[in-house]
Design a binder for this molecule. Sequence first.
Ligand code: SF4
Length: 170
Amino acid sequence: MDWSNNVIDDILRATQAKKALDKLMLPFWNWSQRNSMYPLHFGLACCALEMAASSGPRWDAERLGIIYRSSPRQCDVLLLNGWISKKVRPALRRLYEQMPAPKWVIAMGECSISGGPWYDCYNVVQGADTFLPVDIYIPGCPPRPEALIDGFLKLQQKIKAEAKGPFLED
Ligand code: SF4
């Protein structure tokens, strides 16, 4: 199958069809990206309980296309939901790097935004944006499930505005 994929790829490149297809499919690609977000199901601290509540039957985040997955290879959103110790920081960075692009980061709660109650603690990272490109900040201690869902809706708007990522791999 590899040889046929390569031949098709060569033809698409040679005829500029790849660029045309990208342009044509971008609105559809972007629509499907923002309506099917896959956050990593990874709990850091107490905010993770609100994350769990948001996907329960009362708030039902799945109805908006927010579906938690357990492998970073299947995810496009890294949801940080608690304080980040210096020991866990390299593991989080690694999880982020294992996610395929395009990908986004949400900082949920005061701890992941700025260290929260541990703002001057020797072993707590003073904000996720010191080592990851955070796209959306959701303040609160903890933010309620409604606030988390609102953050995802804001991310949808951002994905729509950015329209990044080709439909075909380069
Ligand atoms: S922001 Fe508050 S609820 Fe969330 S992890 Fe920090 S202390 Fe816990």
